[in-house]
Design a protein. Structure first.
Length: 231
């Protein structure tokens, strides 16, 4: 029996070893693109490092663009989904919509379209919430914040309440413009995201055998393994 499982392990290694790592696609703006800091210091790069340290096989694809809006993200998402085939999509957009006072309805519609597109492509979605400075008025800021909570509820998504929690009101952690976090703040941003992201990583491990013996392998090889196990 021991030799049988050794052979099975070798078979899996031969056919699965070259399989690409599952991808996490980050679609964001300057907060995820590392505006004003070295790219290696940004929270998205730190995320890749943490994944490796904790034994997750995922590769992070940072498709964030400084200055981008939800409309821009929506326009380029389809191509990114097709190119990278992510298992997880992290949506971090909307700050520039809010700061420019754009239509709340349009912002919601764009985010909703992105959520639907990612889910239709088979990806799990993590939504990152954004909050606006109070000088935009309680009515606008409240309705803006509700976009994220409402979408998370409607589509049963994990929601990071506020990416800049613990950072936005700490001047030493913010760049002189008061909008973008310094390099020193990036670990905190990752800590804000991680508790909501990590549960999305675990189904990959839980379903590993299912993927190897079915959808994740060429059908003839999957059948060979099935026959081998049940022989």
């Amino acid at each position: 029996m021991k030799n049988r499982w050794l052979v099975l392990t070798l078979l899996l290694a031969l056919d699965v070893g070259a399989a690409p790592a599952p991808a996490i696609l980050v679609v964001g703006d300057s907060l995820s693109a590392g505006y004003g800091i070295e790219l290696r210091d940004g929270w998205v790069t730190l995320l890749q490092q943490r994944l490796a340290q904790q034994g997750y096989p995922h590769t992070v694809v940072n498709a964030s663009i400084s200055g981008d809006t939800t409309a821009g993200g929506r326009a380029r998402l389809a191509d990114a989904l097709k190119r990278h085939r992510p298992e997880i999509v992290i949506l971090e957009l909307g700050a520039n919509d809010g700061l420019r006072g754009l239509s709340l309805g349009a912002t919601r519609a764009n985010l909703e379209a992105m959520i639907k597109a990612a889910q239709s492509a088979g990806a799990r979605v993590l939504l990152i919430g954004i909050q606006l400075p109070p000088n935009y008025g309680p009515d606008y800021t409240g309705k803006f914040r509700a976009i994220y909570t409402d979408l998370a509820r409607d589509y049963n998504l994990p929601l990071v309440p506020f990416l800049l929690e613990g950072v936005a009101l700490t001047p030493k952690l913010m760049q002189p413009d008061g909008l973008h976090p310094r390099a020193a703040a990036q670990p905190r941003l990752l800590d804000n995201v991680w508790p909501y992201l990590e549960p999305l990583l675990k189904p990959e491990s839980a379903q590993q055998i299912d993927k190897q013996v079915g959808r994740g392998l060429p059908q003839p090889f999957a059948l060979r393994i099935h026959d081998f196990i049940n022989a």
